[in-house]
Design a protein around this ligand. Structure first.
Ligand code: HEM
Ligand SMILES: *[C@@H]1O[C@H](CO)[C@@H](O)[C@H](O)[C@H]1NC(C)=O
Ligand SMILES: *[C@@H]1O[C@H](CO)[C@@H](O)[C@H](O)[C@H]1NC(C)=O
Ligand SMILES: *[C@@H]1O[C@H](CO)[C@@H](O)[C@H](O)[C@H]1NC(C)=O
Length: 518
């Protein structure tokens, strides 16, 4: 008995070693092992060190990237993972049309987002990007400005009603704002009344983020069949019920609206098969009280048999609600925190905003006003540099990829650590100092174009970046007009744990003091 167990163990170990040499030997292993990195154990590689809580994982990533600057590799059992954070390497990866396929990490999002724009690949991604790009055309975005303004006014009003000065945990307030904004702009649906639904939705979003990251660092949970046996799978099923319930309701409501109006508003919104033209130039876009939204384009495209059906609509709705609200809420929170901490920048941004309000007849910011808030825009960019809402992205490299100093073999995963790119002292002197003037035109000119990539870059960049900027500038404009921001904590105290966005563990607190306009 003991003997046969012994024999079994010896055979099993020999088998693992053989497997190990098959995987790590050969050209692939050789190329990978040229790249520096921590000692990788036979067979299991480096997974031992990554099975820690999310915050430690975040700290460990920072430490590794510093220690092995400007690139490193780890082995996750049989898959090599290359960590990239030098602008030259970021450029090599992101600007190459061959390498636009997302990695394994995004597969864990499939039960939720299915294969929407963020997670899909190949032809499907191309088709969808083509259908959706016109929805982010300037002529469409400009129609959203009154919604951003209205939502901004609502938020500052509700804060004013509460108190003249008070310390707020701003993240929930901002999440509420961005979720309202994306639902009303992109989905044409107002969720103002339904607080419980939204709260539940938000908590499920961060739960899915946590599950995704947990799976990434635990290879035995990578396969769906093994994941099914874990407690987390049950959590996921619960969360998905809520998430999909939310998007299904939005679609249903919108379709009903078009039925009730006899499809009148979808007419002229022709997604003409093949020509890819939407007819919403100028006035044609706003009809009646409700504006036409991204969701209408999808519904219209599906009616015309473009490559999208009901399931396709839902995956895009799930994708856009998530990508369109969580990222912007984080950007708002960090910008407000940094402005509270940097009084001089805050005053300067406020002076610029006050000018616009003082000139305005209706006391409302217009598209033109928002576009001309150039100093505020620099403040937002500087916040996105220090706290990029999406701190890292990940690609599956199927063909060999030539980086600056190394070659990454096909079949590898490449992580781009946007967070570390943005804090590299070789490109950003005194990286921890908040200095909006880094984004003055002449400063930008002299810098590596891939040293600042909060919205990623290349063919798979963020489709919503202009949308995001308009929304951010609108809300912060109204905040500057209405309050002074005073610091009660320092941005360096914020503890972070990564999930799909840069999530603070601790509340972000800012004191808002109402200004008196007289
Ligand atoms: C400050 C706000 C935002 C930041 C920092 C941000 C950042 C990013 C980044 C880094 C990516 C690349 C992701 C990857 O390669 O895995 C991305 C993709 C994407 N973003 Fe954003 N985003 C923001 C706001 C938005 C908004 C408001 C929307 C929608 C209205 C949006 C929709 C998307 C979509 C659909 C993709 C996938 C595009 C594709 O793969 O073709 N984002 N975003
Ligand atoms: C991560 O690093 C931060 C800042 O250095 C520290 O405060 C925190 O305790 C660390 N967390 C863990 C879990 O190691
Ligand atoms: C969320 O926003 C809505 C609409 O502006 C508002 O009525 C509601 O009070 C807000 N809820 C919270 C918790 O701030
Ligand atoms: C490439 O190697 C050179 C020389 O060792 C080094 O200075 C540079 O930072 C490296 N660049 C990248 C992106 O690895």
């Amino acid at each position: 008995m003991v003997l046969s167990l012994g024999v079994f163990l010896i055979l099993f170990t020999t088998f693992l070693y053989l497997l190990h040499y098959v995987v790590r030997g050969g050209r692939k292993g050789e190329l990978i092992d040229k790249i520096p990195g921590p000692y990788a154990w036979p067979f299991i590689g480096n997974i031992g060190m990554f099975m820690v809580c999310p915050e430690e994982l975040w700290n460990l990533s920072r430490k590794l990237n510093k220690e092995y600057y400007p690139i490193n590799r780890i082995w996750s059992v049989k898959v090599p993972v290359i960590n990239v954070y030098h602008p030259d390497d970021v450029e090599a990866l992101l600007s190459n049309i061959k390498h636009i396929e997302k990695s394994l990490l995004y597969n864990f999002l499939h039960p939720w987002l299915n294969a929407g724009l963020l997670t899909s690949k190949g032809e499907k991604w191309h088709d969808r990007r083509k259908i959706l790009t016109p929805a982010f055309h300037f002529n469409v975005l400009r129609q959203f400005v009154p919604i951003f303004v209205e939502q901004s006014e609502k938020l500052v009003k509700s804060i004013c009603l509460e108190s003249d000065e008070k310390v707020y945990d701003i993240v929930p307030l901002l999440h509420n704002f961005t979720l309202n904004s994306i639902c009303e702009t992109a989905m044409g649906t107002s969720f103002d009344q339904e607080h419980d639904v939204k709260d539940e939705y938000r908590s499920c979003v961060s739960r899915m983020g946590g599950i995704t990251l947990h799976r990434l660092t635990r290879p035995w949970l990578h396969m769906d069949w093994s994941f099914k046996w874990s407690q987390m799978f049950k959590d996921q099923v619960e969360a998905l019920k809520v998430l999909h319930g939310f998007s299904t309701k939005i679609i249903k409501e919108r379709k009903q609206y078009h039925e009730e109006t006899g499809g009148r508003y979808l007419k002229g919104l022709g997604f003409e098969t093949g020509s890819n033209v939407y007819g919403f130039e100028g006035e044609g876009f706003v009809k009646g009280k409700r504006r036409l939204a991204m969701l209408d384009l999808l519904i219209s495209a599906s009616k015309q048999n473009a490559n999208i059906d009901d399931e396709g609509i839902r995956e895009e709705v799930d994708t856009f609600i998530f990508e369109g609200h969580d990222t912007t809420a984080m950007a708002l929170a960090f910008t407000l925190l940094l402005l509270a901490e940097n009084k001089e920048a805050q005053d300067k941004a406020r002076a610029e905003v006050d000018d616009k309000f003082d000139e305005s007849e209706e006391g409302k910011l217009t598209l033109k006003d928002i576009q001309s808030l150039v100093y505020l825009e620099r403040c937002i960019k500087e916040s996105l540099r220090l706290f990029p809402s999406v701190p890292f992205i990940s690609r599956h490299v199927s063909e060999e990829l030539r980086l600056k100093n190394y070659t990454v073999p096909g079949g590898s995963i490449v992580h781009v650590h946007i967070f570390d790119v943005h804090r590299d002292p070789n490109f950003w002197p005194d990286p921890l100092v908040f200095d909006p003037d880094r984004f003055l035109p002449d400063q930008v000119q002299g810098r590596h174009p891939f040293a600042f990539v909060p919205f990623s870059a290349g063919p798979r960049n963020c489709i919503g970046q202009k949308f995001a900027m308009l929304e951010l500038k609108s809300l912060i404009g109204y905040f500057l007009r209405t309050f002074y921001f005073e610091p009660v904590m320092s941005s360096s105290e914020v503890r972070i744990q990564p999930d799909l966005v840069l999530r603070p563990i601790t509340p972000i607190r800012v004191k808002l003091v109402k200004r008196s306009h007289d």
